[in-house]
Design a protein around this ligand. Structure first.
Ligand code: COA
Length: 159
């Protein structure tokens, strides 16, 4: 069985994160991405900002059997905290997002905790469902990776 651990984000993780988060096949799935996911300068500025905001933004690196495979974390205002996660496409379909989110929920006391997903991101919706999130609403939002407005589902994990 794969052993999943979460740890602080190291500088050396960032080139991996950038490669995964600028992979067009993955950004298409995630849909809600920066305007230009291939812009390394914007990526570095974003990660510098969120790592400096450690009192409000939590980001954890996901390690599976010793290999860095993703990240998971949360951000947002009190009462409207959102969870976020990303797994390297090379490792999709191994149950890693589900295991990583479960591990994260074990260490984060935030409840309720919310998550948004593109309505057609069925993998992410299933991960949320398996971790106890329930659908609480729907929205429309501009998905930069699709270049259009798309349907979103809003989900919540209650206490
Ligand atoms: C969404 C994502 C995190 C899933 O990661 P993963 O490690 O492959 O997920 P898991 O293996 O833990 O579980 C995926 C579940 O969804 C199901 N699934 C995956 N793709 C699916 C699809 N296209 N249709 C239906 N079900 C799907 C799997 O069968 C599995 O469910 P099961 O255990 O009941 O069989 C990954 O695709 C990713 O990182 N995408 C890019 C970033 C992203 O979308 N983040 C979430 C933003 S809301």
């Amino acid at each position: 069985m794969t052993e999943i651990t979460l740890r602080a984000v190291h500088d050396g993780d960032l080139p991996l994160f950038f490669a995964w988060m600028s992979d067009p096949d993955a950004t298409r799935v995630a849909a809600f991405t920066p305007q230009d996911p291939a812009d390394r300068t914007a990526f570095d500025a974003h990660w510098a900002r969120i790592r400096a905001a450690s009192s409000t933004v939590v980001m954890r690196t996901v390690v599976a059997d010793g290999t860095v495979v993703g990240h998971v974390g949360e951000y947002g205002e009190p009462g409207d905290r959102q969870v976020t996660y990303w797994i390297d496409r090379a490792h999709w379909g191994r149950g890693l997002a589900t295991a990583a989110l479960r591990a994260y929920l074990d260490e984060s006391p935030t409840r309720p905790l919310h998550a948004r997903a593109a309505a057609d991101n069925l993998g992410s919706r299933r991960v949320l469902e398996k971790c106890g999130f329930v659908v609480t609403g729907a929205d429309r939002g501009f998905a930069a990776a699709r270049g259009e407005e798309i349907d979103e589902v809003l989900t919540t994990l209650h206490g």
